[in-house]
Design a protein around this ligand. Structure first.
Ligand SMILES: Nc1ncnc2c1ncn2[C@@H]1O[C@H](COP(=O)(O)OP(=O)(O)OP(=O)(O)O)[C@@H](O)[C@H]1O
Length: 610
């Protein structure tokens, strides 16, 4: 009964030290006031325990939680629990979901498991021995996550018809992957150098090459304070910088004079045709057509499949509004005669010749054919003007949705939408990386470059511009990987870092850029790591997210992914394909275990959720 449940819980709380004090006391109601406890509808039994990241440490005593024989969900993930898992816990007959990831449990998995288990997540622990699971004892299993442990031996031939998500990666498993499990993706098995067979390399190949291993830093494990030291430059480095800098300045002044002179003499140029407004004011000096010469020779180049029916003349006649000034140039919203809205980006400082520009546009056009990418519709190149044309997205960017309109009527972006946008964005970047070739990067991943469709699908914009403009966005500095700050070279791994910062932004609700200017930058990864080090992970999350129930587990999983992406060493970061798979796993378990996150749900309506 409820009394014996509360006695067992008090025994657990007194035996297991915890940093964050639990408010469990025998005088208060277990069901309505004890933190982390959910009861059955009639309030007679404890059905779920959610105690993620509260600094629980040491072993769990037997005869404590194991006595809660109406328990359906147990989530003790992201603590410091260690020792063997008491066998009476996974064998609780009613247990459906067991989340113990990111602790330091060791020993073997107990053999007697609840036949009702639906989710078993023991990942990121030190469990060892064989994976002693059988079909018979787990007929309902849909999620099995054992990644990052020390399991050894062969994988049992599990025929689990309901299993949707399997992750055995990064263990010490060997032998051939059973045929029943070969339908799972390669990511389910990576990081087991002695494992072979589809989807890994064929077993006939003598020694399968070890797959790359990256170790995401678990949020509750303290890491060393990051060195904030700045390197001093020696004279040998300063002299070329000074000489280079001065020559560049002189060149700039000359170019400026030349441009002024040229402008004065080019009367009657097309610029007079363009009507541009900026919040109702004329924005003549900013007209995106002012550099267009000999329009008949340099027509707009449309990409294949583009259904737009306008030409350069129409574009230059359109009324335009400045959307914003970015590092690569100014973006205008242009309304064409038929009411069609497009965005014209006027590039500045294009550092390549026409041929190279066209080649890059070919790649950009090809890469843009994906549901999570803003396709480029057309471009224009002449000596004095370079324009890119794409669709206008009235819903705006992720940045606007997260940080804009902080007033009272504001509707915060809910968790499910954030997961959907993150997954879409990750897929878009992964596509850019695979379709564009190993050297092709986005180079400027940030929340204002993730545009949203009406149904909140994330689409990545502004890709592939770093190589033609030779500009590193100063506005994106808070998203920039540490190695890019040193080398000024963007890579696919630096895109992964920037995406990690974007995930942190989405989780914390904090922007890595302060609106007051680009010098004022928050180092989000450093801030998050420091809060996590203080052992209270929940503090990092956006207060707007805290009102959605039963999403903490997913938020912590997403935080793990973000922290893996912002690992300092580029090689240790996952690839974007891996990131997509990791987010999909969250999405999948979310779909399997939880109705959508709306704030009206009753506390007990989804006890199957961590
Ligand atoms: N196609 C579009 N539809 C709607 N809004 C857009 C579109 N393209 C850009 N924007 C918005 O216009 C503003 C200016 O965009 P722009 O890309 O020029 O600069 P940025 O993203 O702030 O910086 P950067 O040049 O470093 O990418 C941003 O707020 C961006 O979200």
């Amino acid at each position: 009964d409820l009394n014996s449940d509360s006695q067992a819980l008090l025994h657990f709380a007194s035996a297991v030290p915890h940093v964050r004090k639990l408010n469990w006391n025998s005088n208060a109601s277990v069901c309505t006031s004890w933190i982390g406890i959910t009861c059955s509808d009639d309030g007679t039994r404890v059905t779920a325990i959610h105690l993620p990241g509260i600094g629980l440490s040491g072993p769990i005593p037997g005869n404590s939680i194991g006595k809660l024989d109406a328990l359906r969900v147990l989530s003790l993930r992201s603590n410091y629990l260690n020792g063997n898992l008491p066998p009476d816990i996974p064998s609780i007959p009613s247990l459906q979901s067991l989340y113990l990831q990111h602790n330091n449990f060791s020993g073997m998995i107990p053999t007697n498991l609840s036949a009702k288990l639906n989710v078993l997540d023991l990942s990121f622990n030190s469990f060892r021995g064989n994976i002693s699971l059988t079909d018979e004892n787990l007929p309902r299993l849909t999620v099995l996550n054992l990644q990052f442990n020390s399991f050894s031996g062969g994988i049992p031939d599990l025929n689990l018809p309901r299993l949707k998500l399997l992750n055995l990666s990064h263990n010490m498993l060997n032998g051939s992957i059973p045929t029943t499990l070969r339908k799972f993706p390669i990511s389910s098995f990576l990081g087991n150098p002695l494992l072979c067979g589809p989807p890994l390399t064929d077993c006939s190949v003598s020694s399968p090459s070890p797959s790359p291993i990256y170790l995401p830093s678990p949020p509750t494990i303290p890491t060393k304070q990051e060195g904030g030291k700045s390197k001093k430059l020696g004279a040998a480095a300063i002299i070329p910088i000074v000489i280079g800098g001065s020559s560049f300045l002189i060149l700039l002044v000359l170019v400026f004079f030349f441009c002024c002179l040229k402008k004065k003499t080019s009367n009657g140029s097309r610029s007079s045709k363009a009507k541009a407004t900026n919040g109702g004011r004329s924005a003549k000096p900013e007209d995106f057509g002012s550099g267009v010469q000999e329009a008949e020779k340099n027509k707009l180049v449309f990409f294949e499949g583009c259904s737009f029916n306008f030409d350069l003349e129409d574009l230059l006649r359109a009324s335009a509004e400045v959307l914003g000034k970015g590092s690569y140039g100014t973006a205008y919203k242009a309304v064409l005669d038929e009411g069609v809205m497009v965005v014209v980006k006027r590039l500045r400082e294009v550092g390549v010749a026409k041929r190279e520009f066209e080649q890059q546009m070919e790649v950009v056009g090809r890469v843009g054919q994906h549901p999570n990418i803003v396709p480029l519709r057309a471009y224009y190149f002449s000596k004095d003007e370079k324009l890119l044309v794409c669709d206008h997205y009235p819903t705006g960017s992720l940045s606007a949705l997260l940080h804009g309109n902080r007033g009272t009527g504001r509707v915060p972006l809910d968790w499910d939408s954030r997961v959907k946008i993150s997954l879409g964005t990750a897929k878009g970047i992964a596509h850019i990386h695979s379709e564009g070739g190993a050297k092709f990067t986005h180079g400027n991943i940030k929340a204002s470059n993730v545009l949203l469709t009406q149904d909140l699908t994330g689409r990545v914009s502004d890709y592939g511009l770093t190589s033609i403009t030779n500009i590193l966005s100063t506005r994106g500095i808070g998203y920039r990987a540490p190695e890019v700050i040193e080398t000024r070279k963007v890579t696919q791994k630096s895109d992964v870092y920037s995406f990690g910062v974007l995930l942190l932004e989405m989780l914390t609700g904090r922007s890595p850029l302060k609106s007051s200017g680009h010098d004022d930058v928050i180092d989000l990864p450093r801030w998050v790591r420091s809060v996590v080090r203080e052992e209270w992970t929940a503090e990092v999350f956006d207060p707007d997210l805290m009102r959605f129930q039963n999403v903490e587990e997913e938020m912590v999983q997403m935080l793990q992914i973000a922290l893996a992406c912002v690992t300092k060493a580029p090689d240790m970061r996952p690839t974007m394909d891996e990131v997509v798979r990791m987010i999909e796993e969250i999405r999948q378990s979310e779909l399997d275990n939880r109705p959508s996150s709306d704030d009206n749900r009753s506390k007990d309506s989804n006890v199957n959720t961590p």
